[in-house]
Write a protein that binds this ligand. Structure first.
Ligand code: ZN
Length: 534
């Protein structure tokens, strides 16, 4: 490891000296980036929901910018790659949930107690089933953790607390908490449904805001190959503040379980005294959207057929329930910021061309907010040869809301791409850190994960902070107040110098990855290495 690092350091010094001459101020000033953000987050684009006119306008603008930057189209229809979706919506007026004790049904309030998740409930269902609490509900063979062991889950609905025990490494915990991985072991154990209770210690968004938008339709890719939860009949999200009633008569309290969950301690597993009675009425329809793909060709005769992907998602959540009278969820930072960066870096490479050995693929995906769907489709059906993709550098909500002194690198310990990102940060006087908040599960929450699952070394990098500093509160407040809210708009304070420096970092990471002879590799002990084709 040490020797690899010193080789990389030498390369950085070599690359750094030429990059230093054309200092970051030459490549980026934050202003052109901000003007793209302003376009994408304008009210007229109505929050860029997948399938909406607003998203089509954003995409037309992006295509114009990518063309101006001299990139070649690399979709299936010019810059576009069409993607087909099914949409699911709960008809609450015709639906109901109740807890049953000794034959007595007590109705649950969708707004205050629990709601039917259309993400996890793809067909109408009418059923009553016993409940079993399964802790975090994880089965992780690598760590000899099997929370389902010894439990009879046949025909039952499982109840779990979001989170993971502290001895499970972040990436591994994130991986096994994805809907598909979680469902694999639950399905094998015979479960038919899930109730997830948000972990009060790691909720980005307060329940009131989650609940107010619970009826926003969800989507999935239309092709059957993408169904990851076959056999799952019902998925319910439970308000932790109402969760005590699930545990009545069980000999346990939710307060006791939440206290364990806060410290990531092991949780007990036991049958509950109540059953769930559910009538879920689901409306479905189909719709279409698209990814955008553009290419800047490398010049090395062999390496130019390999691609470093720079990705961001151009969709956001659209129009939702009004908050302070505003219904448009503009998504300026999420992920207008990343989409703007993709356009801005393309323009900078035209204004200040660099010799490229590999090619760079500029990818603006759709439907990230629906569950990483656009990237999932692209990773399964790439518009270039699958084996030619050597890395994904994903940019999603990098949050330049404080001066850039720290970069949080998701995947820092997983591959030499992570090591490279850290080394480049250091060379710019920025401190690289791993995710200080593993409970937020960020490693699986953006489009890099679609590439990781196809074996492609990937990173997602954000402006960061250290625990216990005033910056931590700034980020926490941002999530509480602006994340997935109408106030993630262009009337928020943004540090343009921080954004410009972040862009410079990303540019260097792309160039160095494109120009280093060896393609990035997973570390030998990385869990994600298993997905890489030999
Ligand atoms: Zn988002």
């Amino acid at each position: 490891m040490r020797s690899t690092l010193s080789v990389i350091l030498l390369l950085v010094v070599a690359a750094g000296s030429s990059a230093q001459q054309s200092s970051s101020a030459l490549h980026f000033d934050g202003n052109s980036w901000w003007s793209h953000v302003k376009f994408l987050a304008d009210d007229s684009l109505e929050g860029r929901d997948t399938g909406s006119e607003g998203l089509r306008k954003a995409q037309a603008y992006a295509v114009e910018q990518l063309q101006k930057a001299g990139l070649e189209p690399a979709g299936t229809n010019g810059f576009y790659q069409a993607v087909r979706f099914n949409q699911y919506e709960v008809d609450e007026a015709k639906s109901s949930l109740a807890l049953v004790t000794n034959g007595q049904a007590k109705p649950l309030s969708f707004a205050d107690d629990a709601f039917i998740s259309s993400r996890a409930t793809r067909n109408s269902a009418n059923l009553t089933a016993p409940l079993v609490f399964i802790g975090y509900g994880l089965k992780i063979p690598e760590k000899n953790l099997d929370e389902l062991a010894g439990l009879d889950l046949k025909g039952k609905i499982v109840v779990y607390l979001a989170g993971s025990p502290s001895d499970i490494p972040t990436a591994l915990a994130s991986h096994y908490q994805t809907a598909g991985e979680r469902w694999k072991s639950l399905r094998a154990a015979g479960a038919i449904g899930t109730i997830s209770i948000a972990n009060p210690a790691s909720m980005d968004i307060p329940w009131s805001r989650i609940s107010v938008n619970r009826n926003h339709p969800s989507m999935d890719l239309a092709d059957a190959e993408f169904n990851e939860t076959p056999g799952l009949q019902l998925g319910v999200a439970f308000n932790p503040a109402s969760a005590e009633q699930l545990f009545a008569g069980s000999g346990h309290t939710f307060a006791e379980l939440a206290a364990l969950g806060k410290d990531r301690k092991p949780l007990p597993h036991f049958s509950l005294a109540v059953s769930l009675q559910a009538n879920a009425v689901i409306q479905t329809k189909s719709l279409e959207s698209a990814n955008l793909v553009a290419k800047l060709s490398g010049s090395d005769p062999a390496l130019k057929n390999e691609f470093v992907v720079l990705s961001a998602h151009i969709d956001h959540v659209g129009i939702g329930a009004p908050i302070n009278g505003d219904r448009i969820y503009n998504g300026a930072m999420d992920d207008g910021s990343g989409s703007a960066l993709v356009m801005d870096i393309a323009a900078s490479l035209k204004a200040h061309p660099e010799k490229l050995q590999r090619s760079i693929l500029f990818l603006l995906v759709t439907a990230e907010e629906k569950g990483l769907l656009g990237s999932k489709y692209f990773a399964a059906h790439p518009t270039v040869s699958p084996k030619s993709i050597v890395a994904d550098v994903n940019v999603d909500m990098f949050l330049p809301i404080v001066p850039l002194k720290i970069l949080k690198i998701e995947g820092i310990e997983e591959s030499d791409l992570g090591t490279r990102a850290a080394t480049i940060a250091q060379s710019m006087g920025i401190k690289p850190i791993p995710d200080p908040e593993p409970l937020r599960n960020a490693f699986i929450r953006s489009d890099q994960y679609s590439f990781i699952k196809k074996g492609v070394p990937s990173v997602k990098v954000d402006v960061g902070f250290e625990l216990g500093t005033p910056e931590q509160k700034i980020f926490k407040d941002w999530l509480t107040n602006r994340y997935h809210a109408p106030s993630d708009d262009v009337n928020q304070p943004v540090d343009l110098q921080s954004a410009a420096t972040y862009e410079e970092f990303t540019r260097r990471l792309l160039l160095e990855t494109a120009n280093t002879a060896a393609r990035p590799h997973w570390k030998p002990d990385s869990f994600f290495r298993r997905y890489a084709a030999d």
